[in-house]
Design a protein around this ligand. Sequence first.
Ligand code: APR
Length: 320
Amino acid sequence: MARAKIALIGAGQIGGTLAHLAALKELGDVVLFDIAEGTPQGKALDIAESAPVDGFDAVLKGTNDYADIAGADVCIVTAGVPRKPGMSRDDLLGINLKVMKSVGEGIAANAPNAFVICITNPLDAMVWALREFSGLPHEKVCGMAGILDSARFRHFLADEFEVSVKDVTAFVLGGHGDTMVPLSRYSTVAGIPLPDLVEMGWTSQEKLDAIIQRTRDGGAEIVGLLGNGSAFYAPAASAIEMAEAYLKDQKRLLPCAAYIKSALGVKDLYVGVPTVIGAGGIEKIVEIKLNKDEQAMFDKSVEAVRGLVSACKEIDSSLG
Ligand code: APR
C-alpha cells in the first residue's frame, strides 16, 4: 500500500518540527510548503539526511509550489506569523487572515480530500476562516489547541504531584486564548478528579488555581522566554497526535477546535471541545455536562471567539 502523504503548509519552527516528528513516526511521506524560498527545501533535506541514523523510511520534499501537495491525506497549517513578546494571539488576526485565504485556496485546488489541521493563531478564528476559504467539509477541517493546552496543564499537574505525566489526564475547553477553560472536575490522576486530590491534601486550592492560571498563560510564558517566536515543540507534538488519530482511524477522544453546528449551547462556530477523531475526521463532538460556573466560563470564551470571527468578517467582506 502506498504511504500516506502529509503536507505541511508553513515550514517555520512548527512546520520543521512537524516534519521531523511525522518522519520519525513513519506516518507517511512529507511535503513541506512555504513561500520562503530555500527554507522548506533545506529542512526537508536536513531531515532526510537524518533518516539513515534514525532508521526511518519517508520521502521528504520541500517546495514553493502548491502543486506538490496534490493528493495529500493530511494538511497541517502553520503558515503565518507568530507573536512577539507583549503581543496577544489576537494581534495576529489581520496578517494571518490574508495567509489563510491563500492557504485555503491552495488546499482546495490541490488536496480537497485532506484532513486539515490548523495551528495558525488566533486559532479558533483562523480555522473558521480557513474552512470558509477552502470550502472543505466542516468535519475535515479542525484546529489544534486543546491537546496543547491540556498537555501544559498535565505537565504542571504532574510536576506538582510528583507523578508520571502518563497518569495525569486533563480537559481544557473553549477558545485558545485568555478565556480558555481548564476543567478541574474532568482532570484526574489515574481517575481521581482534581477536587478530590485537593481534599486528600495532595495540593491546595490556591496552588491549583495558580496552575490553572499558568496553563491559561502557557503560550505567553514561552513567548516571553524565547524572546523571538513562540512555542513549537509541544504544538507540533499535539498536531501529530491528531494526524495519527486520523490516518490510523484510532477514534481518539481528543480536545480540538471543531465546528459546532449546535451543541453545548453553541451554534455555528469553531471552538475547543472534546471530539472523536478517526478516518471520518471529526467524527463526533462529545457533549460533556458542564455545571453553572463551567458553562459561564465556556460561554465567555465562546463570546471571545465570536468577536474574533466578526473582526475577520469586517476585514474581508467575502467572509460575510
Ligand atoms: N504561505 C505559506 N507560508 C507562509 C505564508 C504563506 N502565505 N506566510 C508566511 N508563511 C511562512 C513563513 O515563511 C514561515 O516560514 O509561515 C512560516 C511560519 O513559521 P514561523 O515564523 O517559524 O512560526 P511558527 O512558530 O512555526 O508558528 C506558526 O503557528 O502557533 C502558531 O502563533 C503561531 O501563527 C503562528 C503559527
